[in-house]
Write a protein that binds this ligand. Structure first.
Ligand code: KG4
Ligand code: ZN
Length: 343
């Protein structure tokens, strides 16, 4: 008797922000294609993502991106076991494009529809390149819209240990980059500029949230950077872009590492993963790698292209939802404020 499990192949779609993306993923961990059409160039002139432009561009590009994902994977729609789509959180107009597209595909081809939480997708990006990684583990999720310290207790089961009280980590990177004249998108630009700077040049605060050990707060740090820049201007002094970038980045990284290590000490488990756009930051990756190595903890991080928004991560998350029997109806709607663990 053949006991081999049937392969599950999923077409995944992601359009929650400024990336139009589609991917074909087999059994949650094998990426057959991963197409990302970035709109960054279109938004750069405005210094940030313009929701209206994002929605319009998703509509223009989504069919082509899906066609490319299928053709690069060498499979037809008829071979898909499900179509998965990010339905929240994110920009409502942007989400609606992907959700409507996925519903249309599901209706026309008769394959099941699975709505995926964007952050669950980011976390699941870790499964793609780490075939052996299984829950439970602790995951630091740091993106443009979210900063969460999460206990992944099982596939699709999350316990949030801490979250940001104000700005997300990526948001702080973007705002500081703008303030020091690096422009948008801020994260990668600060990452690059910081390599030339001294992380100990300026002493910026490491914020703690009094009543919640695992919560983050980055708005005070952002204000401290702005105050520093103002003080330089008042004194008629110039500032070093590289030193501000490096010192700011160090302050963010220190807090993220400290909270993460404390969570590992309290909850143990020996496995730690990172996810989200900021997880592609080189200083953060090396600091966490070192901290985990010192404690004998296995450290997991997706390749940078799987940290920032993509659809392969949505396909990975969708596989485990599929196996748990999750199927959505045609009443699936965009949920811009969807909470992790909510359905
Ligand atoms: O996960 P993501 O692509 O989109 C959201 O779900 O938000 O994250 C985008 C965020 C942006 O704020 C961007 O500046 C930041 O991730 N980012 C970085 C780096 N690359 C992207 N932040 C720090 N260092 C980087 N190398
Ligand atoms: Zn994201």
């Amino acid at each position: 008797m053949n006991t081999k499990k049937k392969d599950i192949t999923i077409l995944a779609i992601e359009s929650s922000c400024d990336e139009t993306a589609a991917a074909v993923v087999r059994n949650g961990r094998e990426v057959l294609s991963n197409i990302i059409s970035s709109q960054i160039d279109l938004h750069t002139v405005y210094g940030g993502v313009v929701p209206e432009i994002a929605s319009r561009k998703h509509i223009e590009r989504i069919d082509q991106v899906i066609a490319e994902a299928l053709s690069q994977a060498g499979v037809g729609l008829g071979e898909m076991d499900a179509v998965a789509v990010t339905y929240g959180p994110g920009l409502v107009g942007a989400l609606l494009v992907g959700v409507s597209e996925a519903k249309a595909i599901s209706f026309a081809s008769g394959i099941p529809l699975i709505g995926v939480h964007h952050i669950e997708g980011h976390i699941s990006a870790n499964y793609i390149e780490n075939k052996e990684l299984e829950p439970p583990f602790i995951c630091l999720v740091v993106s443009g819209g979210h900063s969460h310290l999460v206990r992944v207790t099982d596939y699709g089961a999350y316990e949030i240990l801490g979250r940001t009280r104000d700005d997300a980590a990526g948001e702080a990177f973007d705002k500081v980059a703008r303030a020091i004249g690096l422009g948008y998108p801020g994260g990668p630009k600060i990452d690059r500029a910081a390599r030339e700077g001294n992380p100990d040049a300026i002493s910026f605060p490491r914020a703690k949230v009094a009543d919640a050990a695992y919560d983050f707060s980055f708005s005070g740090l952002k204000s401290a950077v702005l105050n520093y820049l103002n003080a330089c201007e008042m004194k008629g002094e110039s500032f070093s872009q590289a030193d501000v970038a490096a010192s700011f980045q160090k302050a963010v990284v220190d807090v993220l590492v400290e909270h993460s290590m404390r969570a590992l000490e309290e909850f143990g488990g020996g496995k730690f993963a990172i996810a989200g756009g900021v997880a592609s930051n080189t200083a953060l990756r090396s600091a966490l790698e070192r901290a985990c190595a010192e404690r004998g903890v296995s450290f997991y991080r997706p390749s940078p292209v799987l940290c920032t928004d993509n659809a392969a991560m949505i396909g990975a998350a969708a596989y485990y939802e599929y196996r748990r029997g999750v199927r959505h109806g045609y009443d699936l709607n965009a949920a811009p404020n969807l909470k992790l663990g909510e359905r």
